[in-house]
Design a protein. Structure first.
Length: 405
């Protein structure tokens, strides 16, 4: 295995300029103290000395020795004395100049976008970070094309007023590249969270879906005594074991008989098993993770149609499952009870939490959601995927608990 690269003269000189460009107030000169343990062998030391002495002759730095330096030939410190001279020596442009060039290029590439206050402030923030040699959204000033792409995609989503659209179609129509949104999904989502603070606790994919950008377009799968009467579909039946309805028909869907309860199920496998294995008069709806807007609108409509039947949610015991539950409860405007999402189940079969994103905010929520979020934030908190559990109805659970008492 080749030896790892040690400290070089260019590393030291560029580090001096990086600190020179830092916004932090300095009370002393910019100095680098050399630790020869990190330099390498004699050849690497000779190369380092040669670069540093050339920089000194160019007027950018002063090399300082300690009292033993004359005997060992080692340099103790490198002191910056003329930043402009060192920029010229390294053929490096100051960060402020790079930032201004990048800012002008972005402003001329998408002038309509940056005229809007929100996007103008984003560009100003990026330029300010670049001017002090910092990255913005993990992009440097040399990657202005990347920020242009992100601004165009985010602007398109902010102003998207249509039905849900799959991410590749949206990306192709917005900037001519069907895979662009996939490449910068996290960065676009970061800007969307700032534009819409209500999504601040959501994961990147959930943020996009909340704004109508979906990975795949799918019908709303459900089980229940549904009736549909639209221009294209007429249906009246049991909906057993389950059916899938396209979006245009959902608002004309009703129930031809009352149900004992409504249950929204997060994951497909658990939904299919529930519908096949659990008997009874109920309405089951598949959210399929964080529901897309069109799916959510159908869920809300059917929950309202099924009133006053109580509403349950069955999902994963983790931060994501609770974010989905809260999103559903807020959208439906109906109190939601968690089904088979209890701490004792996670303690028996669970695994360590992978993420606590949003749990602090969820812990302030009332009811089952807040209580479970508080437990997940505790030292006992464990995650549990809902597929671990065999499906049971909420009625079965209440009877089972009563029998134990």
């Amino acid at each position: 295995m080749p030896p790892s690269k040690g400290l070089t003269g260019d590393d030291i000189l560029n580090g001096l300029l990086d600190r020179h460009e830092s916004p932090r107030e300095r009370v002393r000169d910019v100095i680098h103290r050399i630790d020869y343990n990190g330099v390498g062998g004699p050849a690497e030391q000779d190369s380092l000395h040669r670069v540093l002495r050339d920089a000194e002759r160019a007027g950018g730095v002063r090399l300082e020795e300690d009292r033993f330096g004359r005997l060992t030939g080692e340099i103790a410190r490198v002191r910056l004395i003329d930043a402009d001279a060192l920029y010229r020596f390294l053929n490096r442009q100051p960060s402020a100049g790079l930032a201004e060039t990048a800012r002008n290029r972005i402003a001329s590439a998408c002038p309509q976008i940056v005229r809007e206050v929100f996007f103008g402030s984003i560009l100003s923030e990026a330029a300010a970070a670049w001017a002090i040699n910092r990255r913005f959204l993990d992009l440097g000033p040399s990657n202005s094309d990347g920020l242009i792409e992100i601004l165009r995609l985010t602007h398109g989503i902010v102003h998207w007023a249509g039905r849900d659209i799959d991410h590749r179609t949206f990306s192709r129509r917005t900037i001519g590249d069907s895979k662009a949104l996939e490449r910068c999904e996290n960065r676009v989502a970061a800007l969307l969270r700032r534009w819409n603070p209500a999504t601040s606790s959501l994961e990147s994919r959930e943020v996009l879906q909340a704004h109508g950008i979906v990975r795949r377009a799918h019908p709303l799968f459900l089980r229940g005594p549904v009736s549909v009467s639209s221009a294209t579909i007429r249906l009246e039946g049991s909906g057993v074991p389950f059916i899938g309805l396209p979006w245009p028909t959902l608002q004309s869907t009703t129930l031809h008989s009352p149900v004992d309860y409504t249950i929204i199920i997060e994951n497909p496998t658990s939904f299919w098993r529930y519908c096949m294995e659990v008997e009874g008069r109920y309405l089951a709806l598949l959210s399929d993770g964080f529901p897309a807007r069109d799916v959510l609108s159908g869920i809300v409509h059917l929950v309202q149609v099924a009133q006053p039947a109580p509403l349950f949610h069955w999902g994963d015991i983790d931060a994501g499952g609770l974010r989905i539950a809260q999103h559903l409860e807020n959208a439906c405007g109906v109190p939601l009870q968690l089904h088979d999402m209890a701490p004792e189940l996670a303690l028996e079969w669970g695994t360590p939490l992978k993420s606590q994103r949003g749990l602090k905010q969820l812990a302030n929520h009332g009811g089952d959601i807040g209580a479970l979020a508080q437990w997940l934030r505790s030292s006992d908190g464990q995650a549990l995927e809902q597929e671990q559990r065999d499906p049971h109805s909420p009625t079965w659970r209440r009877h089972n608990q009563a029998a134990k008492k």
